[in-house]
Write a protein that binds this ligand. Structure first.
Ligand code: FAD
Length: 465
C-alpha cells in the first residue's frame, strides 16, 4: 500500500471508471477508492449484481453501465471498495478508512470524481421521519431492490424527479401526487436556448416522453406549486402545498423531495481550491480547466463533482483528465494526446448541447430559501434560519463567520446539508449575490471516523521510516 501510484482516483462512478480505464490503457499505475462495495457510482450502482426486474425498470440508461464496469475490471487498475476517503492533502496524500482501519497513501496525481448530490433545501418539518430525497429511492432500489410503500407524494423540480416517478409507477408504487415546483415562467427564459438543444433531439424527446408518461399515468400532477410542507406528530402524516387555486393537503406516508443536483465539493473545498458560483443552477463548483486540472497542478476534478452534466459527460470528462495526466507522465506523445482530446471534446460538446436549455428550464425558483425562522437549517448542530438571521442582524456578513458564531456547518456533515442554504439566506438578507460570498471552509475528516481510528493513523504515520 505504501508505493506512490501514478494516479489515485476517488470515486468509481462513470467519471472515475472511465479515467481509470484510459490511464491504465497507457500503462499507468492506478488505484481507485470508493465507499460503495462495488464499482458503478450513483448512476450504475450495483450494476454487476442487478436483477432482471431492476434492469427492466431502469432501462438502458442503467444497463449500459455494465460494459464500462467490465472494461474497468479488465483494465488492470486496482480497486478498493468500502473505502471512505476522509482527507486529501494538496501534496496528493490521501487518508481513507476500510473496516474501521485508516490508511494514508500517496499519489503523483489525484482525480476527484465524487459526483453530485441532491440539493438539500430546508423547509418546514423536513426532518420528520417519512421525508427523504427522491434519489434515495433510486439508490435503495438499485442496491437492494427496496421499493417504498405508498401512499407517496413527490415534490420538487428537475428531470430526476420525473425519472423517479416513472420508475415507481412502473413498479406499482401508490403515488398520491406529484407536486411540480418548476416556476411557470422558466419555459419563457429557457426558450431562446432551445435551438442549441435541438442538436440533440433524442435527449429532448426523452424528457418529453417522461412528462407524457406522467400525464397518461393518471397520477395527480400539480404544476407551479409553492410552499410544500410536511406535517405530522412523530412522523409524516400529510403534505400541504399551495397552487394558484389555493391551499391543499394530501395524506402521505412518504414525501420524496428533489430540488435538483449539485456538485459534491467535499475535497475541493477541504484543500482550499477556488470555487465559482453558477447563477443558473445556483451552486458552487471548483475552478478547473477543460481537462479538469485545478490550480493545484497534480489534482484534477472530473465528472459531476466538477459541474453537473450527467453520466455520459462524466465519462468523457474522466477520460480527458486521465489523458492529460498520461501526457504529463510521457505515457503518450503530445500529438496523440491532442488528437484524442480533440475527439473527446467534440463528443462532449454534442452531449452538452441540451444542457443550457435544461438547466434554464429547471432553474431553482426564487424564494427557494425563503423559509420561516423556526425551520432547521443545520441539522447536525440544530441551527435554525432564525439563528442565522439573528447573527446577520448582529453584523455577520460571511458564511464562515456565521459558522464560527452559530456552529452552522460545523457538525459531522461539514456543511454538506446546510452550506448552500446558509449562503442563500445571507445573500437574501443582505441583498448580495452568493457569488460574492465564500463557501464554507471544510476541515478534515470530511467523513465520520472514530477517535480510536484517528489515533491509530497517527501511530502508523509515526512508525513510517
Ligand atoms: C441521487 C442521484 C440519483 C441520480 N440518478 C441518475 C439517473 O437515474 N440517471 C442519470 O442520468 N443521472 C443520475 N444522476 C446524476 C448522475 O449521478 C451522474 O450524472 C453520474 O453518476 C455522475 O458520474 P460521476 O462519476 O461524476 O459521479 P457518481 O456516479 O456519483 O460517482 C461518484 C462516486 O464517488 C464515491 N464517493 C463519494 N465520496 C466519496 C468518499 N469520500 N470516499 C470514497 N468514495 C466516495 C461515491 O460512492 C460514488 O460511487 C443522479 C444523481 C444523484 C445525486
Amino acid at each position: 500500500m505504501d508505493r506512490v501510484r501514478d494516479i489515485i482516483i476517488i470515486g468509481a462512478g462513470p467519471a472515475g471508471l472511465s479515467a481509470a480505464v484510459t490511464a491504465s490503457g497507457y500503462g499507468l499505475d492506478v488505484l481507485v477508492l470508493d465507499e460503495q462495495p462495488s464499482p458503478g457510482g450513483q448512476l450504475y450502482r450495483n450494476i454487476e449484481r442487478a436483477e432482471q426486474d431492476t434492469l427492466k425498470t431502469l432501462g438502458s440508461d442503467y444497463s449500459s453501465g455494465l460494459a464500462l464496469v467490465e472494461k474497468f475490471r479488465k483494465s488492470g487498475a486496482e480497486y478498493i471498495g468500502n473505502a471512505i476517503v476522509w482527507r486529501l492533502d494538496p501534496d496528493c496524500n490521501i487518508c481513507f478508512s476500510t473496516d474501521g482501519q485508516s490508511t494514508e497513501i500517496s499519489g503523483k496525481h489525484i482525480i476527484i470524481a465524487i459526483g453530485a448530490t441532491e440539493r438539500p433545501v430546508p423547509f418546514a418539518s423536513w426532518t420528520l421521519p417519512g421525508v427523504m430525497g427522491a434519489g434515495a429511492v433510486d439508490a435503495n432500489f438499485k442496491s437492494s431492490g427496496i421499493i417504498p410503500d405508498g401512499p407517496v407524494v413527490l415534490a420538487g423540480s428537475g428531470p430526476l424527479l420525473l425519472s423517479v416517478v416513472g420508475h415507481m409507477a412502473h413498479l406499482g408504487v401508490e403515488i398520491s401526487a406529484v407536486l411540480d415546483t418548476t416556476p411557470r415562467g422558466n419555459i419563457l427564459s429557457a426558450l431562446p436556448l432551445l435551438p442549441g438543444a435541438l442538436r440533440r433531439t433524442d435527449c429532448l424527446l426523452k424528457g418529453v416522453g417522461m412528462l407524457l408518461n406522467l400525464k397518461r399515468s393518471g397520477i395527480n400532477y400539480f404544476k407551479g406549486i409553492t410552499d410544500y410542507k410536511a406535517d405530522g406528530k412523530d412522523c409524516l402524516e400529510t403534505v400541504s402545498f399551495k397552487t394558484k387555486n389555493g391551499s391543499q393537503r394530501i395524506d402521505a406516508e412518504l414525501l420524496l423531495v428533489h430540488e435538483g443536483i449539485v456538485p459534491r465539493c467535499d475535497f475541493t473545498q477541504q484543500i482550499g481550491l477556488k470555487h465559482l458560483w453558477d447563477p443558473v443552477q445556483r451552486y458552487w463548483y471548483p475552478e478547473t480547466n477543460e481537462s479538469g486540472a485545478t490550480a493545484m497542478n497534480d489534482i484534477y476534478v472530473a465528472g459531476d463533482s466538477a459541474f453537473v452534466h450527467g453520466g455520459i459527460p462524466a465519462e468523457l470528462k474522466g477520460s480527458l483528465a486521465a489523458l492529460d495526466i498520461a501526457g504529463k507522465l510521457n505515457a503518450l506523445s503530445l500529438p496523440e494526446k491532442t488528437d484524442y482530446m480533440v475527439k473527446i471534446t467534440k463528443r462532449l460538446s454534442s452531449e452538452l448541447a441540451p444542457r443550457p436549455f435544461v438547466d434554464a428550464l429547471y432553474k431553482p425558483r426564487m424564494g427557494l430559501y425563503n423559509i420561516s425562522d423556526d425551520t432547521l437549517v443545520c441539522r447536525c448542530e440544530e441551527i435554525t434560519a432564525g439563528d442565522i438571521r439573528q447573527a446577520i442582524l448582529e453584523g455577520s456578513r460571511e458564511p464562515n463567520e456565521i459558522k464560527t458564531i452559530t456552529r452552522c456547518g460545523m457538525g459531522h456533515c461539514q456543511g454538506r446539508m446546510c452550506g448552500t442554504a446558509l449562503a442563500e439566506i445571507i445573500a437574501e438578507n443582505l441583498k448580495l449575490d452568493p457569488a460574492d460570498l465564500r463557501p464554507l471552509n471544510i476541515r478534515p475528516p470530511v467523513r465520520n471516523i472514530s477517535l480510536s481510528e484517528l489515533s491509530r493513523v497517527a501511530l502508523l504515520e509515526a512508525e513510517t521510516p
